[in-house]
Design a protein around this ligand. Structure first.
Ligand code: PLP
Length: 438
């Protein structure tokens, strides 16, 4: 059969979150990865300043993970999880639950952060229904939030571009104000001002009635929007308001989880325990697609106990929930995190890292810097159109040997947690060089 497309055609892959026409004229291809580096298809080396997409905490090309996945695929390539199971998933759930705050001991597996968020929303609704409060249907989210791209996450999303083309979303989702204030500009770590922004949740209680609100969903640090660190006391205040009104608090830890904040999760770093946490990305070090929700014992028991004997309690799940290869990758990743003490390492490296990012403050193009742990964001003065400067920076940095994720005009720096000081210096060196000339 004659082939319809040239062997090297790039056209057929419709790339996600990408300017496809522009990209295909001048593609940026990643062909190989090891440690904190990528190589493009021409063999040029690039330092990875964003852990891929905040996934590869233990760096790239980890043989332990590759071997675990290979062995698992030969032993048991696939097993469903509806009414049967594979032994590995129980071990992995237990290992994940060892890392979550005490009392968040039940783990539901999905395949991405977006699925984890939709799962958490359904768990919240099912929980309230099981306890006879099925009228709690509203969700409170926040401006500038990113909770993935399924319809649940899109509805929670607080980024206009991720919403505007996709209709009205789920009914009953309302948004608190984001936590960035001009007074916080260039403040390192948790901003001192802004805890009172949590009272937006109380205003929704006053407006709609607490008994209509199922859950409040926030990222501990809003990551994708360009890293907004919660003001001191903000998350605790959300917790108090939720407790007062029977509202579930959900932390989306998809970026913050697995050491990014210097502890296992943002929940521990900020000392606030939610009722559910979503996770993905570094759950498997990015080596297999996987997401998960950790739910409190109270939530699990309420839903499970409400169902009659031998009845399915929660009508939700995915063909690939707890895929054996993903569980194997996750277990190997957690072994590495533990053996190499990567969460402590992140905490120890954070001051050096943040100082290094803050050293870019004198660049004319940089208008703000924010950061906590091993996660930092900086804003570039916008160009002719919002996002153009970020796009230009992405391209120039790639050409100069640095991979970094931009959202609009905000750059997000999140090195693999195995990065050494010399790697951080290298990243900052390229950033200074390139941004200084733009
Ligand atoms: C906080 C947060 N939630 C959810 C998601 C969605 O995850 P995924 O792209 O795996 O669906 C992301 C992705 O960046 C995220 O940062």
């Amino acid at each position: 059969m004659p082939k319809r497309f040239a062997a090297n055609s790039l056209e057929q892959h419709w790339l996600p979150f990408t300017a496809n026409r522009d990209f295909k004229q001048e593609p940026r291809l990643l062909a190989k990865a090891e440690g904190v580096y990528y190589w493009n298809h021409r063999g040029d080396k690039l330092i990875d300043a964003s852990s891929g997409l905040f996934c590869c905490a233990a760096g790239h090309g980890r043989k332990e993970i590759a071997e675990a996945v290979y062995k698992q695929l030969l032993a048991l390539d696939y097993s469903p999880h509806f009414q049967v199971a594979n032994p590995l998933s129980f071990e992995f759930a237990r290992r994940v639950a060892e890392l979550t705050p005490a009392g968040l001991d039940y783990v539901f597996f999905a395949n991405s952060g977006s699925e984890a968020i939709d799962t958490a929303m359904k768990i919240a609704l099912a929980y309230h229904r099981a306890r006879g409060e099925g009228q709690r249907l509203r969700f409170v989210s926040r401006e500038r939030a990113y909770h993935g791209v399924n319809f649940g996450g899109t509805s929670l999303s607080g980024m206009m571009r991720n919403r505007e083309a996709f209709g009205l979303g789920l009914p009953g989702v309302v948004h608190m104000r984001h936590t960035w204030l001009p007074e916080q500009r260039y403040e390192k770590g948790e901003p001192t001002k802004g805890a009172e922004l949590a009272d937006d949740l109380q205003r929704f209680v006053d407006l709609y009635g607490a008994t209509t609100i199922a859950a409040c969903v926030v990222e501990p640090i809003a990551g994708s929007t360009g890293v907004l660190v919660p003001p001191k006391g903000y998350l605790a205040r959300l917790r108090e308001i939720c407790d007062r009104h029977g509202i579930l608090l959900v932390f989306d830890e998809v970026i913050c989880g697995f050491g990014r904040t210097g502890k296992a999760f943002g929940a521990q770093s900020f000392g606030v325990t939610p009722d559910m946490m979503t996770m993905a990305k570094a759950l498997t070090n990015g080596a297999q697609p996987m997401g998960a929700v950790a739910a409190s014992d109270k939530i699990y028991n309420t839903i499970v106990d409400a169902a009659p004997d031998q009845a399915v309690e929660f009508f939700h799940g995915y063909t690939y929930s707890a895929h054996p290869a993903a569980c194997a990758a996750g277990l190997a990743a957690l072994d590495i995190y533990e053996k190499e003490g990567l969460f402590d390492r992140a905490a120890a490296m954070s001051p050096y890292f943040l100082d290094a990012v803050w050293s870019l403050r004198d660049l004319a193009l940089v208008t703000d810097i924010r950061g906590y742990g091993m996660l930092a964001g900086f804003d570039l003065a916008p160009g002719t159109r919002a996002g153009m400067r970020g796009m230009e920076a992405t391209k120039r940095l790639f050409a100069a040997g640095l991979h970094m994720k931009f959202t609009g005009d905000s750059g997000i720096v999140a090195p693999p947690l195995v990065a050494e000081k010399k790697h951080i210096d290298e990243m900052i060196g390229v950033l200074r060089d390139v941004l200084g000339k733009m």
